[in-house]
Design a protein around this ligand. Sequence first.
Ligand code: TXA
Ligand code: MG
Length: 326
Amino acid sequence: MRFDMSDPDERATGLMMAAGALRRGELVALPTETVYGLGADATNARAVAAIFAAKGRPSFNPLIIHVPDLAAARQVAEFDQKSLRLAERFWPGPLTLVLRKAKGSQVAELATAGLDTVAVRIPSHPIALDLLKAFGRPVAAPSANLSGRVSPTSADHVVADLAGSAAVILDGGPAAVGVESTIVAASGGPAFLLRPGGVAREDIEAAIGEKLGDLKGDADAPAAPGMLASHYAPRASVRLNAAEVMPGEALLAFGKTMPPGAEKAAATINLSASGDLTEAAAALFGALRALDAEASAIAVMPIPDSGLGEAINDRLRRAAAPRPSA
Ligand code: TXA
Ligand code: MG
């Protein structure tokens, strides 16, 4: 069942149906400010398992636990001074903290893949917050796409990948941030960046007055186990830093100066004609999906690596990485 949350009546019914579905151990697709999530009751291992099944996700991959406020976060994870500062500065918002699990946490082991740490965040999307409050328990939610596919930034993307597995889909319009949350490990000692995302590294470093270590890992030993090299893979091949467009290629453009051959591109989407990285991040996954439908090869123009550009380029490198043969 899909609900248009811009309609006040549907919004109320949608929230009620979604909370009911979560209580029954069913899956709910919910909008967040980063990307759409496929949510389940984090305290119900069977419900969590249904997420892995629906996504076809490798089961070693732990999930992010979503909560509506700091009190709820403290039932799930242990905070120290540094993680509290990060929480106060960036929550609700696109930051995920990897912390030590709280004693007596009700979160199912499967949701954390048996680790003694847990990834937790308070999303800022009002529909996500309302659902978390109405449900009253933590919600485990990965991005609502099939494993290895592009993350969904609209309800239509969710329907394309997971229509059969979500009992309720809450359509909250396009995702405002458009890339996943930044993941920071802050479980004592120095803090590490596990995944660049919706909060820029520079802003996190400014908040805690220290440089973030890099623990992005590699394909064999990913630091955030979800960060497999070929994770954000469209079906088309992806060619980065393209200085020209080859015959048959679609063009993922950035900025106002088009490269040679652009006029013959199979299709063109400009992430931001004005060169705005926030606008580009919000458009990224939708553009990859749309170009994927138009051509079997995508040429990507260079994108600056500052601010949200780091997350954009990280996702694009993964989209361009050699695909697993399986
Ligand atoms: O913006 C987002 O973060 C979205 C929305 C729905 O909240 N969620 C999302 O979840 O991107 P997902 O499951 O696609 O990515 C979660 C990442 C994975 O790379 C996973 O390996 C990592 O978080 N992760 C989860 N728990 C972890 C832990 N205890 N230690 C290290 N990495 C962890
Ligand atoms: Mg994902």
